[in-house]
Design a protein around this ligand. Structure first.
Ligand code: SAH
Length: 220
């Protein structure tokens, strides 16, 4: 909520609205303190269009241009919490870097973050945004993430920020032993799916209903 006469997104107000966002995530059931700290550490207003900066700490998806959206903080927190449950993220791949926000959150939690994006101007924006917050360890690539990132595989964690009708086979093939993949699955209605590579094979668990933009083929 904006207070008259203040400028949300900047200085103390940004600090207060960020604290509120963390309280809301707790109320919504996020319990992993390290995930909450990671989200608190990333200034989301840097990643959204200037005209939307005052809304950066609302728990909502916001437009990024190119028909894409920056993910809702709750969904970012939830997916990362599920990936982390009982272990560290390890080597992590994000498919659909968009403006780089989620990659920045991941970078607070692990040393090795790779992120791919199929829309070149968005990837450029992610690069600028990450540089603006001095987050230099995320390795970004312009590529179709349905193919994963073979040159850096295998991954302990893979997180997909766009909905797929079916699980891309390459992503399963690039999971390390005990690795986890989380993605929104489904065409019309979507549900988060967690897939874990256990000694006995892949184990899939269905989680919350969600709404993501579609995972598309090729690059532009
Ligand atoms: N993680 C982003 C959310 C971006 S929205 C954030 O924190 O803001 C999803 C992104 O997935 C879009 O930028 C879209 O262009 C991208 N995307 C969709 N299909 C893709 C694919 N096959 N490979 C890579 N990126 C893809």
């Amino acid at each position: 909520m904006n207070t008259p006469g203040t400028h949300p997104g900047f200085g103390m107000t940004s600090q207060r609205t960020r604290t509120r966002m963390i309280e809301r995530l707790r109320e919504q059931g996020i319990v992993d303190e390290e995930v909450l700290a990671a989200i608190a550490a990333v200034p989301r207003h840097v990643f959204v269009e200037e005209a939307l900066a005052s809304r950066a700490y609302e728990d909502t998806a916001l437009p990024l241009g190119y028909s894409q959206t920056i993910s809702q903080p709750y969904v970012v927190a939830r997916m990362i919490e599920v990936l982390r449950a009982g272990r560290e993220l390890g080597r992590t791949l994000e498919i659909g870097a968009g403006c780089g926000y989620q990659a920045a959150v991941l970078a607070q939690l692990t040393q090795e973050v790779y992120a791919v994006e199929r829309i070149a101007p968005l990837l450029d924006r992610a690069r600028l945004n990450l540089r603006a917050i001095k987050e230099l360890k995320v390795r970004l690539k312009h590529a179709d993430g349905q193919l994963g990132l073979p040159e850096a595989a295998p991954f302990d964690s893979i997180i997909v920020a766009a909905a797929a009708a079916r699980v891309p086979r390459a992503l399963l093939q690039q999971l390390a032993p005990h690795g986890r993949l989380i993605l929104p699955l489904g065409a019309t209605t979507q549900q988060l799916a967690l897939i874990e590579l256990r000694p006995e094979g892949f184990v899939e668990t269905r989680l919350d209903a969600v709404r993501f933009v579609p995972l598309l083929s090729g690059v532009e």
